[in-house]
Write a protein that binds this ligand. Structure first.
Ligand code: ATP
Ligand code: MG
Ligand code: MG
Length: 546
């Protein structure tokens, strides 16, 4: 919880303000626009926005768009939409690429101070000469070029005189540093690629490790919160901040990234699932993306509450996906109307009910929230129940319908099964039941008790609907060398059935609790007036305990 003692970052901020290290708080959420946001990003979004908010500070949305090859406007638009949907307002909308000129000038200043040099070694040579944890690195033969030569070469790099990989700009720090990241890290590379934002203006691009502290400095960020893998980069971050010609002195703070059971979270892997058609796009309801969770039916509040509860820690952890499900149940419990749907229908004829007659029964919209009132549901001689609610030859303790047994129909009457009809393949296709008019729901009937309560949908007014039932896309039990081996082939089940007559007018993204089946959301892509599609958000119960 960002409001609890488990958030160590909050304590750092408090201390910084108390000691006057900073007199205000500016955070940023810095996605690279190379994919859609996922639930892990939500953790960072909630952390950055709510932390700043708590101290009357501000948060920038910054596109960390320093890599022209993988980035795209589509991702920028999707990221903005997702953050707004979560309910956060950024102070400034920033693009790292807007700072290319300033970063370039700053790099030239470093050259003039003899803090940076142009190197002709290629990537492999640089890596091989960097040394190991035990052994110091070797200096490049180009390390001692004069300032004048370095300035000239760097300008030529910028002017397009060299091909990709021919030269780089490196910080001149210490090839014997115990931290390998400080052994003259690369600051600029050549990439003759069209950038989605700056077009062909640049053919040199700053490396992330140089760009990121510069972006924070330029925006006046105070607390630059990132994930643990950047811990080893912190000395270089501090080096860039210290050398930058700027009053702002941001500090980097690392926290553990979110990992969820049965979920892959890297954008590279998620993109592969999309590109190779394992899913129906980034917003497939099985995806852990914000847009996928939205389409599945998760609410902003459920995602934010989840992110607050998991807390912020310094050690890697794995969170049970069912915890996220817990929060959407909690959020929908009071607001989602209850309704009945039959996912796999079996027709029932009530042989002693008058033909052609329809009666309208009262049903509460949400027993946990009486203010939501009541609805009318039809009842007649023909209804649908679930196929799984009848067995010809049931095991012990089966309290649903079987020949000779009586059950309660929710909001209606007791019915008793007398007979059933099979098709040529031996499947039961119709039940013949009788109802007892005395047992009407709400009548106070006490004459006898039944053990099972079934839901139903009246047949003549039933609205056909498609239901999409989900299981995990990834199965942690099935790990292999390639994560694709762990893709669950049964992550989607589609059924065709019926919903209540009063569901004719539902809108995209409306959410309901289907009696006994769980919470469902009207699909935003495929549901139409004449073909309703409902996505199961989550079943009603889980063995998971918070
Ligand atoms: P990925 O590996 O999924 O591509 P990334 O870290 O490269 O993730 P960015 O676009 O750079 O993605 O992330 C923007 C912000 O979100 C960063 O500050 C990053 O630390 C944070 N973030 C990304 N993934 C997670 C996660 N699983 N848990 C918490 N924060 C995350
Ligand atoms: Mg990143
Ligand atoms: Mg990445």
């Amino acid at each position: 919880d960002v409001n609890s003692s488990s958030n160590f970052i909050k304590h750092i901020v408090k201390k910084d303000l108390a000691e006057g290290t900073y007199n205000h708080v500016v955070t940023r959420f810095p996605p690279e626009p190379n994919g859609y946001l996922h639930i892990g990003h939500a953790k960072s979004i909630v952390l950055n926005f709510e932390l700043a908010d708590e101290f009357d500070g501000t948060t920038n949305l910054r596109f960390d768009d320093t890599n022209p090859l993988k980035e795209d406007q589509e991702y920028i638009d999707a990221i903005k939409e997702d953050i707004a949907w979560l309910g956060y307002e950024w102070e400034n909308l920033c693009y790292a690429s807007n700072y290319f000129e300033e970063m370039y000038e700053q790099a030239k200043k470093l050259i003039r101070q003899d803090d940076a040099y142009v190197d002709d070694l290629n990537q492999d040579e640089i890596r091989n000469m960097r040394g190991t944890f035990e052994e110091p690195g070797q200096e490049s033969p180009h390390r001692n070029r004069s300032v004048e030569e370095n300035l000239k070469l760097f300008e030529e790099m910028k002017d397009g005189k060299y091909g990709n990989g021919e030269k780089v700009l490196r910080a001149k720090i210490d090839m014997a540093s115990p931290n390998i990241n400080m052994r003259d890290p690369v600051m600029y590379r050549i990439s003759h690629a069209t950038h989605h934002h700056t077009g062909d203006t640049w053919c040199i691009y700053p490396m992330y490790t140089y760009a990121h502290p510069m972006e924070d400095v330029i925006e006046g960020v105070t607390h630059s919160i990132c994930t643990l893998e950047f811990q080893d980069q912190r000395p270089f971050y501090d080096w860039v901040v210290a050398h930058a010609d700027h009053p702002a002195k941001p500090k980097q703070i690392e926290f553990a990234r979110l990992n969820l059971t049965n979920t892959v979270m890297s954008k590279r892997k998620l993109k592969q699932l999309v590109d190779e058609s394992y899913v129906d796009g980034w917003d497939d309801p099985r995806m852990p993306t914000i847009s996928g969770l939205r389409r599945r039916g998760f609410t902003p509040e459920s995602i934010k509450q989840f992110c607050r509860e998991i807390g912020v820690a310094k050690a890697d952890n794995l969170v049970d996906f069912r915890m996220l499900e817990h929060f959407v149940r909690e959020d929908l419990k009071m607001d989602a109307p209850r309704t009945m749907s039959v996912l796999k229908p079996l027709k029932v004829v009530i042989t002693n009910y008058p033909e052609g007659q329809v009666e309208w029964l009262d049903a509460d919209v949400n027993p946990e929230n009486p203010e939501m009132g009541t609805r009318k549901i039809p009842f007649s001689r023909e209804i649908y129940i679930e196929q799984e609610d009848f067995m010809e030859d049931p095991p012990k303790k089966y309290f649903r319908l079987f020949p000779g047994n009586e059950v309660r129909l929710k909001h209606a009457y007791f019915i008793k099964c007398n007979d059933f009809v099979k098709d040529d393949d031996g499947n039961v296709v119709e039940l013949h039941c009788t109802y007892d008019p005395e047992t009407k729901s709400g009548s106070g009937f006490e004459g006898r008790k039944v053990k099972g309560t079934l839901h139903f949908v009246e047949a003549t007014k039933a609205v056909p609907a498609e239901f999409r039932l989900y299981d995990s896309l990834i199965d942690d039990e099935k790990s292999g060398d390639d994560f694709l081996e762990a893709v669950n082939p049964d992550s989607l089940e589609v059924t065709h059935g019926f919903v209540e007559e009063n569901m004719k007018h539902v809108f995209s993204q409306d959410k309901f609790q289907f009696f006994r089946h769980g919470y469902f959301n009207v699909d935003s892509k495929d549901s139409r007036k004449d073909h309703l599609v409902f996505n199961r958000i989550v079943s009603l119960k889980s063995s998971f305990k918070l």
